[in-house]
Ligand binder design. Structure first.
Ligand code: F6P
Length: 322
């Protein structure tokens, strides 16, 4: 192995820069060349490469976003697009690639590798949703839950001051990890997640019971992918049957940006270093993860096919502690 490329793809996540930095500096410290590919698979197709030096990643560990930028490439879904990407990698003399992203990224990487097995690829899990199988934590998750927690703490102040019920929508198109953990951490009255069916009638009963117990304000955390249709829709229905004055806040992309937390930077650095070592050990087609504090290697197909399950006892905890 002589030259390792790194790229970020799909939804950006805080900590991606720490991971890029670790890939670049580990590669160079092992005598390899490091190349950044801008805008993920699309940049691979367009030949948007950046010969990186150790100083290229100076002062980036504390930054959110991704210095390599990100994209969701339609062209890479075509065989011609992937062939173009392969030709560009070959022309650059790249023999190993580190892909930082989520399941869409690893789906693309997996198809690419079946067609072009002579270029080794390993992945680092980068998504705020924490929904990738094969790792306890994804890069971005810790920062996102802390951002959402801070925002909901602020909302609680004003909710309480005005005796209001707030529906706060957090990210998580297919997964409720953010909602569940942030809901617990902020003492929310209810948490609605895609993994469990939402019963709006019983939510209304709970909120009315709270109201009659003189609970002057309430917070309901809703994952964006919840089956009842999102915070606005649920709030509309609840309003009709509940005496609380009701407001909705959608936190949205605020959760995707910002300075990564300490543990995020440490985890992302560990994963970036492990990715380069894995390539040097001859591994390919695997996602680096961390399970119970140990580095784990999960084939892309498994990381894509399976999903991490939320812990149902945590949903019960929300009810007990509310
Ligand atoms: O990063 C994952 C995620 O945050 C999902 O929870 C969300 O639905 C999606 O990305 C939105 O991403 P975008 O706005 O970039 O399409």
């Amino acid at each position: 192995m002589k030259k390792i490329a790194v790229f970020t793809s799909g939804g950006d996540a805080p900590g991606m820069n720490a991971c890029i930095r670790a890939v670049v500096r580990t590669s160079i410290s092992k005598g390899l060349q490091a190349v950044g590919i801008r805008r993920g698979f699309q940049g691979m197709i367009e030949g948007d490469f950046w010969e990186m030096q150790p100083y290229s990643v100076s002062n980036t560990i504390q930054l959110g976003g991704t210095i390599l930028r990100s994209a969701r490439s339609q062209d890479f879904r075509t065989k011609e697009g992937r062939q173009k990407a392969y030709d560009n990698l070959k022309a650059q003399g790249i023999d190993g690639v580190v892909a930082i992203g989520g399941d869409g990224t690893f789906t693309g990487a997996s198809i690419f590798m079946q067609e072009h097995p002579d270029i080794a690829m390993v992945g680092c899990p980068g998504t705020i949703d924490n929904d990738l199988y094969g790792t306890d934590y994804t890069i971005g998750y810790d920062t996102a839950i802390n951002t959402a927690m801070d925002a909901i703490d602020n909302i609680k102040d004003t909710a309480n001051a005005h005796d209001r019920l707030f529906f706060v929508e957090v990210m998580g198109r297919d997964a409720g990890f953010i909602a569940l953990n942030v809901g617990l951490a902020t003492g929310a009255e209810a948490v609605l997640v895609p993994e469990s069916r939402t019963d709006v009638k019983s939510l209304i009963d709970t909120l009315n019971a709270n109201y009659s117990k003189k609970k002057n304000s309430s917070i309901v955390v809703v994952a964006e992918g919840d089956d009842a249709g999102g915070a606005f829709k649920i709030a509309e229905e609840v309003k009709k049957h509940c005496p609380y004055e009701t407001k909705v806040t959608v936190l949205g992309h605020v959760q995707r940006g910002g300075r990564p937390t300490c543990i995020e930077r440490v985890r992302a650095s560990r994963m970036g270093l492990a990715a380069v070592n894995a390539l040097l050990d001859g591994k390919s087609g695997v996602m680096i993860g961390e399970i119970k504090g140990e580095t784990a290697y999960t084939p892309f197909e498994n990381a894509i096919k399976h999903h991490n399950e939320i812990n149902p006892t945590m949903l019960e905890m929300v009810e007990i502690l509310a």
